[in-house]
Design a binder for this molecule. Sequence first.
Ligand SMILES: Nc1ncnc2c1ncn2[C@@H]1O[C@H](COP(=O)(O)OP(=O)(O)O)[C@@H](O)[C@H]1O
Ligand SMILES: [Mg+2]
Length: 333
Amino acid sequence: MEQRLDDRQRQHTMSGAAHASAGSSTAGFHSWLRAVARAPTVTPPPTARECLGRYSLLRQIGDGGMGIVYEARDTALDRRVALKVLRSSLTGDREHNERFMREARTGAALNHPCIAAVYDVGEHSGRLYIAMEYIDGATLDEHVGIARLTVDAALEIAFAIAAALQCAHASRVVHRDLKPLNVMVTRDGGVKLLDFGLAKRSEDSSASARVNTPLTETGRIMGSAGYMSPEQVRGRHVDASTDVFAWATIVYEMLTGALAFPGESGAERVAATLRDEPRELPRVVAMVGTQLGDLLRRALSKEPQERPTSDALVASLHRYRADSLWGRYNRAS
Ligand SMILES: Nc1ncnc2c1ncn2[C@@H]1O[C@H](COP(=O)(O)OP(=O)(O)O)[C@@H](O)[C@H]1O
Ligand SMILES: [Mg+2]
């Protein structure tokens, strides 16, 4: 359980300088991006130029439940990649090997500008790795933690995540672990969804296809408390609407700076998910207007069938963006 629940406490690779310069406005957002661009590398290289197959490891950039992620160089194609290497404690375990391979295949099946592209998968001296597009930026977890975003910036990110989900759901993939730590914001303001480690691809071709979510697998909660839907924390069947719920918790957090379902421990956050309505929801609705507010409210419904689809999220955000651009244009003229 701890591995995923404690993700938020994990050490981040961004420097203190980048944290210090963050502000709470759009200017803060841009100065934060500039600071990240200047931030020195804080993690030393693993062992001098260790190689896994044709990939030369440069430095560690991430440390998740399943694997360690390195910045690496693909020596054949001479390009930078991110190399996710299955944790050595999990290597040799059939279940984890299969899950890792499934993660690679699921990621490779999705082709979208807001989803980190999978390039290759391989094994070297018994170590499994996935080579993927290197994302130059910071996770939304770091982002939400250091800067209160403007409503516009938060909704741009919300739009990008919804578009990534729309692509996954169209391919019958449910992510099941959507949270700020699995979303990255690039230096130029792009957004990339990561980590299909818990994703499930349904065999059923219907849009409402459901996948089984065991509550635990080798002692781990499948998902992250505070972002998981009520049906997911109960270990029930989940479908694409579980990602829509997680999406709404992230949007809420970006707009308020607070968790939608707070608690000191994973158990408290799970209890809040099952019991409470997010405290600041009325303020969020006032921030984004009744139409988007209603969408968010429905996305946070305890009942999966009441939530909008990812198609509806994208369509509503499209409309919102067009209306607000139109409003600005009219004001300016
Ligand atoms: N393609 C990538 N480019 C840059 N950093 C990445 C990339 N993939 C993962 N990371 C970093 O590594 C961390 C862990 O990766 P993730 O795929 O979420 O692993 P886990 O399944 O172990 O949680 C991420 O939170 C992010 O900081
Ligand atoms: Mg992760």
